[in-house]
Design a protein around this ligand. Structure first.
Ligand SMILES: [Zn+2]
Ligand SMILES: [Zn+2]
Length: 64
């Protein structure tokens, strides 16, 4: 992918982040766990839905 910072094709996905492998840039973006598409998160201990992202449930609002 093209890095929005250095404009080179050096942007790679690394877990939940997009990381630029250009040593002079090192741009990183945190990608939403579900990519904004409503993908599966972890199971919420309160409502039981798989909508637990980053310590917070996006369905019922429960959090750590
Ligand atoms: Zn870059
Ligand atoms: Zn919940």
């Amino acid at each position: 992918m093209e890095c929005p910072n250095c404009k080179k094709q050096t942007l790679f996905r690394k877990g939940f982040k997009l990381v630029c492998s250009n040593p002079n840039c090192r741009y990183t973006i945190t990608v939403p766990v579900n990519d904004g598409k409503g993908g599966k998160g972890n199971k919420c201990p309160v409502c039981g839905r798989f909508t637990w992202f980053n310590g917070r449930c996006s369905s019922c609002g429960a959090h750590d």
